[in-house]
Write a protein that binds this ligand. Structure first.
Ligand SMILES: [Zn+2]
Length: 287
């Protein structure tokens, strides 16, 4: 069973610096609100404090996760030689996931799918197919609600365990990796992952193909810059109705990887055996 081969979760303690900032922000906002209510301070509007702080927390949590302010997620495996990990978020999707599986299998590449618990319950046969075809499956929350990273750690941990149970029930695999919805890492997310025994994963390169205004060529160019050994790249198979950017750009990305001699492996394989040099992969797609 694949679960036996999965890497042991590495603890990801919430960064003390991030927690201190969070408490400062909460206390400052309360102090401003109290000052406003009592008439001591009437110029500064406390709402701005909350909004600016929230925007800063989201920016740090998503775009600057590598700073480790809120937590130390897995971003890349720097010792990997000739290997990287393609990952796909937000599935399983009844059509796109299978299209991506076909593209990967045609090139002999493996990937990891960060699935949403509720979607696994809706499309269990697709989730089973991911595993049956040799790819990895990981936890991407129970419902993928945008406010999930803001939930208290205890509540979020319960959701993560429920999602893991659902995934295990339908696939026989118990995930050990977790990526937060929207990639938003917050102190509660880090604490919840630790509590649920999951290794928190972010990325070293993202296509940003899940955004409503995403353009395929721009997504591909973004990934090309990050396509190096040890990278953890993220695309999305669970977004879009008729069109899926990941399906459109994956052939060229796989061709680029073949030209660079890079092999995509499951995340647990990248973490567990990072130093082997694989044979150069041949791609059926033109470079
Ligand atoms: Zn997502």
């Amino acid at each position: 069973m694949l679960s036996a081969a999965l890497a042991k979760p590495r603890p990801v303690y919430p960064g003390r610096c991030g927690l201190a900032l969070l408490w400062l922000w909460l206390a400052g906002g309360l102090a401003l609100a109290a000052a406003k209510a009592t008439g001591v301070l009437w110029v500064v509007w406390p709402l701005w404090w909350w909004l600016i702080g929230l925007a800063a927390a989201v920016t740090i949590g998503v775009r600057f996760a590598q700073t480790g302010v809120f937590a130390r997620p897995l971003l890349r495996v720097s010792a990997a030689k000739g290997r990287l990990a393609l990952t796909f978020d937000d599935g399983p999707h009844p059509r796109h996931t299978r299209q991506i599986l076909d593209l990967l299998d045609a090139c002999g590449q493996r990937a990891t799918f960060f699935v949403v618990g509720d979607k696994v319950a809706h499309y269990p046969e697709v989730a089973r197919e991911i595993v049956a075809r040799g790819h990895g499956i990981a936890n991407h929350s129970l419902r993928h609600q945008p406010w999930t990273p803001m939930l208290p750690a205890r509540m979020l941990a319960t959701e993560l365990v429920t999602a893991n149970t659902l995934i295990f029930r339908h696939t026989g695999v118990k995930p050990t990796f977790f990526r937060a919805p929207v990639g938003l890492i917050s102190p509660p997310v880090a604490a919840a992952a630790l509590r649920a025994g999951l290794q928190l994963v972010h990325w070293s390169g993202t296509a940003r193909d899940g955004l409503a205004w995403a353009q395929p060529q721009a997504c591909l160019e973004r990934l090309r810059k990050a396509t190096v050994a040890g990278a953890i790249l993220v695309l999305h198979d669970g977004v879009g109705v008729d069109d899926c950017i990941a399906v459109r750009i994956l052939p060229q990305l796989l061709a680029d990887m073949a030209a660079l001699g890079l092999q995509s492996v499951r995340l647990d394989e990248l973490v567990a055996a990072p130093t082997e040099q694989p044979a150069r992969a041949e791609s059926p797609f033109p470079a």
